[in-house]
Write a protein that binds this ligand. Structure first.
Ligand SMILES: C[S@@+](CC[C@H](N)C(=O)[O-])C[C@H]1O[C@@H](n2cnc3c(N)ncnc32)[C@H](O)[C@@H]1O
Length: 189
């Protein structure tokens, strides 16, 4: 399958799909952290139209959308509208199968409710981080490895310029589940 992983600098989801033989490409305004040749450093909407894709997994920025930042909402109405418009454009992209991932965010109230909320502890990581999935022609992810740990690691991360990267990097267990469960799914398109 031709797969676009939009808004991914880490390559975690791209590598999971490529390991299963797919023609998967990541795309981000930033360069690929792993220096991969299978990365498009460009705007995600431009990448959507750059070629035909069978599946897109996208991780749009959440800093203006996440409910955890609600106390700042009144100061950033414009940024919030732009972020919502970006998420809406990704969800409406002309690609037969789409998964959009975001934390608990105002996408739920302003666009639509998520199809599923998953946790890293359902996929082998002993951590909590509610992650919403909006799905088009894809099945809900089935947990692969429910573990006991329930730590909110994010709160222990030291401050610094790269903190957001560590917070936003996709968990490998979730990436593996996406590649296993969505990589060969024909969907209802
Ligand atoms: C929440 S982070 C997602 C990180 C991802 N989970 C990973 O493991 O790399 C959002 C990413 O969207 C990227 N981004 C923001 N605006 C973008 C745009 N218009 N087109 C492509 N990427 C964009 C940011 O640079 C950032 O890396």
């Amino acid at each position: 399958m031709r797969i676009l992983i939009a808004c991914e600098f880490s390559g975690v989801v791209r590598r999971a799909f490529r390991a299963r033989g797919h023609d998967a490409w990541s795309c981000d305004l930033l360069p690929a952290e792993d220096g991969s040749e299978f990365h498009l450093q460009m705007d995600a909407i431009a990448a959507v139209f750059a070629r035909e894709w069978d599946l897109m997994v996208c991780h749009p920025p959440c800093q203006h959308l996440a409910v955890s930042g609600a106390r700042w909402f009144k100061d950033k109405a414009k940024e919030q509208e732009a972020a919502l418009e970006f998420a809406r454009s990704l969800l409406n992209a002309p690609i037969p199968r789409i998964a959009l991932e975001n934390p608990i965010s105002i996408i739920s109230s302003r666009i639509r409710k998520p199809d599923q909320i998953i946790q890293p502890w359902q996929f082998g990581h002993g951590e909590t981080k509610a992650t919403c999935l909006w799905l088009k022609n894809l099945p809900k992810l089935v947990p692969t490895n429910i573990v006991e740990g329930r730590e909110a690691r994010v709160h222990r991360m030291p401050p610094g310029p790269d903190r957001w990267k560590e917070r936003s990097r996709t968990f490998t267990g979730i990436a593996e589940a996406m590649a296993d469960q969505w990589g060969n799914h024909e969907g209802a398109a």
